[in-house]
Design a binder for this molecule. Structure first.
Ligand SMILES: [Zn+2]
Length: 196
């Protein structure tokens, strides 16, 4: 995502989120969009809780979790302002932490869950890391590089290819969190007294 962006992504409106009561299941479930499993929704819900950490720090609320063999390898949430780091997007921090944990910059066999479609920078890092599968929540028509604004993630010219990409998992909840954040920020800005 592009955290420096002052205007919110053009995200669809959505209603309230719903509680996760479904058991873990790695098999795709009938009635869900193609390729989406209950475990995808489970991990996306976890990424959403991480996104709320970002909000508490005044950052655009995006969360990411990296999974290997059904377990959490690393987590991250958007923190460019806090860390004075333009590269401190949620998924970058998750990949960095995972690299430190496993002692390798390559992360084969992993699935990366992000609440917002990744930007060009993050997709580049995913390709270097050889992430196997990418699952994201809300689409980002302005800067998304997994098919919305760019389709860098699945460009056939890459030597390494991300094997699978799934967008729109818990899309409404992921988008609603971002919309609520920007709504609150706009309200806070308009509540400030005039400069003169
Ligand atoms: Zn990014």
């Amino acid at each position: 995502m592009n955290a420096a962006e002052e205007t919110p992504p053009n995200l669809p409106l959505s209603g309230e989120g719903q509680e996760c009561t479904t058991p873990l299941d790695s098999s795709p479930d009938k009635g869900r969009p193609g390729g989406v499993s209950l475990s995808d929704e489970h991990w996306m819900r976890h990424a959403l809780t991480l996104a709320r950490n970002a909000w508490q720090q005044g950052e655009v609320p995006v969360g990411a979790v990296l999974i290997r063999d059904g377990e959490i390898l690393a987590e991250g949430w958007n923190q460019p302002i806090t860390l004075h780091d333009p590269s401190a997007h949620a998924e970058m921090l998750a990949m960095r932490a995972a690299g430190q944990t496993v002692g390798n910059y390559r992360l084969p066999g992993t699935t990366l869950y992000i609440t917002l479609e990744p930007c060009l920078m993050c997709v580049g890092a995913m390709l270097h890391a050889r992430v196997e599968r990418v699952v994201f929540g809300a689409y980002d028509p302005k800067t998304g590089a997994a098919g919305s604004a760019f389709n860098l993630l699945q460009d056939p010219r890459h030597y390494h290819k991300v094997l699978a990409v799934q967008g729109g998992v818990l899309q409404e909840e992921c988008a609603a969190l971002l919309q609520a954040f920007f709504r609150e920020r706009r309200a806070a800005a308009s509540a400030k007294p005039a400069a003169e």
